[in-house]
Design a protein around this ligand. Sequence first.
Ligand SMILES: [Ca+2]
Ligand SMILES: [Ca+2]
Ligand SMILES: [Ca+2]
Ligand SMILES: [Ca+2]
Length: 359
Amino acid sequence: MKNKNMCVLTGLIFILIFSLSGQERPQNWRAKTLWESKEKIQRVIVADIDPEHEGDEIISVAANGEVVYSYMSSGKWANDILWSDSESLTGAAAGELDAAHPGKEIIVGGTKGVVELIQFDTKKHETLFDKGGSLHGLSVGELNAAYPSKEVVAVDEDGQLFVLFNDGDWKSKLLLKDTGRLRDTVIGDFDRTHLGLEALVVGSSAKVIQVYTENGDWKTKIINQASEGLGRIAAGEILRNFRGPEVVTVGDKGGVYLLKQEKGIWKSEKIFKDSEGLRGVAVADVQPNLPGNEVIIYGYSKNVIMIYLKNDKWTAETLWTDSDRAHSLACGNFFPSNAWKECVVGGYSKKVTAIFYKK
Ligand SMILES: [Ca+2]
Ligand SMILES: [Ca+2]
Ligand SMILES: [Ca+2]
Ligand SMILES: [Ca+2]
């Protein structure tokens, strides 16, 4: 009898704590399930793939090999399975890779070590690359002016870093083999000392590796070494008094690091630590009443967390909690009726979920 009373009392205390902490939660954030797969969602990306449809579209890839295209049509969400691989897919990216085809192309890769290019409208596909290990991360961008097409960076679980380029045919070059798994890559103008764009790559070795070309030759260099394995990387303007873009990496132990290049030297600052490992990061203007862009993270704690500067101090707010652990997050403007960005997450819950601010 005494034990039962204790249980009731403990339960009441938990409810009290839960409702008190619940008050901290932002009022204007909503979540909506867009797609439910039969297996884990491994990567979500947001890009303006179809120029005839306003705003950005969403691509998700899953452990069952499905590539799903999600978009708003007449105010409702529609989903279209573009491709089904026979094995798990882990990486996805979008970019201009076929000048003869309107809109961006989608590339995916996974366990088979093949990079497949897919057209969103015709569903036509073409294999660009088929000799890597289990691919994990992909990015597309203008890295080498010698070729008219954009280039692709593909990284795998054996630590191999490949570039794919088109000189009439798609070719590949292995640039390095890291000591750990390579997991994610992003392309942008991060290095002020180098003309044009660069790619950055992160993985379990905790290194941040830069890929760039010099006089047409492919080069790599390590720009930072974190104190924990890194899971994801993103970039965007964060600091108002700094001419960015800044770079954010997230780690296996929950660390969130802001990297910026000052006078040619890269500096790193830990801006937050989550309770568990992180598998999603984005930099975007997701909340209009906070100035500029915010950093959004998603991790094994199941939480989607927004980090921003408030009175010069890094502040974190949990926006939403998933039913299971994270694997990927991306943000973009897929509700084009307002100027600010929305986010999408996917992971062990097998669901692709939109997370957005509603006035
Ligand atoms: Ca579009
Ligand atoms: Ca540059
Ligand atoms: Ca904002
Ligand atoms: Ca929007």
